[in-house]
Ligand binder design. Structure first.
Ligand SMILES: Cc1cc2nc3c(=O)[nH]c(=O)nc-3n(C[C@H](O)[C@H](O)[C@H](O)COP(=O)(O)OP(=O)(O)OC[C@H]3O[C@@H](n4cnc5c(N)ncnc54)[C@H](O)[C@@H]3O)c2cc1C
Length: 322
């Protein structure tokens, strides 16, 4: 089998999901198989050379690809697919992947298996396990022909970043593929992280929809203060306007890796886990014992968050030794 791993880069650096996808492909690659990595960017040549987990790396580097549009990435990937004829195209279930994979699937008539959290190799193809319905259901599929597998970020360990073997890094001049693009990226408005950047916080108390309403966040805010932690929220909490966008954890929020992540009333949907599953210590409080957050938590409590937080606040407020 030949695997084509479509990596993601940002400002010349390889995103963690790229190393996770390489590790996933490597795990199921049998002797004689080939894992090929595609790198698309404007300054990622050095980073591409660190993808030694791949047997070969194809780097499409051009100034116009600082943040490749889905249209540009898809054109380059299609060109590579035409010459490489991969059996499995591995893509991230990320904002970019969500834009690029459907276009590739439609134009190349390939099926997509999304939300993949596990890949196994059998005699009759590749078995994929997908975490669907917000993580409540695990769906198993068998992939026997050319297909696209979209991997959930944070679901596979990262491959080590090692030097690509001599002669295994090839350049692809993307310029001819980038003519007459219909979409041009004019710029990106980055959030002002000067005030608060939860991505660098050592401790985070994160509230999910289980907190109920904006006023109830106060009890979690007090706990955060007592723990010296930053308060953060899941997407519904931010969408409801209960916390500012800068405090959202997840796929469309910030990716965090604190020493302590306390999740209060968070179900643990894949889009949330993407932003926090690499935290050193995860403690989850959720009334539902089947909540997927317990799948990544090191410790968990299946009780009402308000009871637990009130008790914790009382204990932490009490003078030392009392
Ligand atoms: C493209 C895309 C991007 C997304 N990006 C993000 C993102 O960046 N971040 C993000 O978080 N989500 C994101 N989502 C949304 C995600 O799919 C989930 O809908 C969301 O994470 C659910 O948030 P939640 O866990 O707070 O709410 P819910 O799923 O409603 O979970 C609430 C939990 O609280 C528990 N609970 C209720 N009351 C209590 C109580 N009193 N005590 C204890 N537990 C209680 C319940 O058992 C439940 O498990 C995205 C979705 C899409 C499609």
């Amino acid at each position: 089998m030949k695997f084509l791993v479509c990596t993601e880069t940002r400002s010349g650096k390889i995103e963690a999901i790229s190393l996770e996808m390489l590790a996933a492909a490597r795990t199921i690659a049998a002797p004689g198989d080939e894992v090929v990595a595609l790198v698309v960017g404007d300054s990622a040549t050095d980073a591409a050379a660190r993808l030694g987990a791949a047997d070969r790396v194809i780097a499409a580097i051009a100034p116009a690809l600082s943040v490749p549009t889905a249209e540009a990435y898809a054109r380059i990937a299609r060109d590579v697919m035409a010459t490489e004829a991969p059996d499995l195209i591995v893509m991230p279930y990320s904002a970019t992947g969500l834009d690029v994979a459907p276009e590739l699937a439609a134009r190349c008539e390939l099926p997509i298996v999304a939300y993949v959290v596990r890949l196994d190799r059998g005699d009759d193809g590749v078995a994929a396990t997908s975490q669907i319905y917000g993580g409540k259901v695990m769906a198993k599929t068998r992939i026997t022909g050319p297909a696209i597998a979209m991997l959930n970020p944070g679901s596979f360990p990262e491959a080590a970043a090692s030097q690509v073997a001599a002669g295994a890094l090839a350049s692809l001049d993307p310029t001819p593929l980038l003519s007459n693009l219909r979409v041009e990226l004019l710029g990106e408005d980055q959030p002002d992280l000067a005030e608060i950047d939860i991505a660098t916080a050592e401790r985070i108390v994160c509230v999910g929809r289980g907190i109920g309403d904006e006023g109830s966040i106060e009890i979690a805010r007090e706990l955060a203060g007592l723990l010296g932690a930053e308060i953060a929220g899941s997407r519904p909490v931010v969408d409801n306007g209960w916390l500012p966008k800068l405090r959202q954890v997840g796929k469309s929020g910030r990716k965090v890796k604190p020493r302590l992540y306390l999740a209060l009333g968070v179900s643990g949907a894949p889009e949330h886990l993407e932003g926090m599953s690499r935290s050193d210590l995860i403690i989850a409080v959720n009334t539902d014992p089947k909540a997927p957050i317990f799948g990544v938590a090191h410790y968990g409590a299946t009780c009402d968050l308000f009871d637990l937080v009130a008790a914790l606040n009382d204990r932490l407020r009490a003078p030392a030794g009392s």
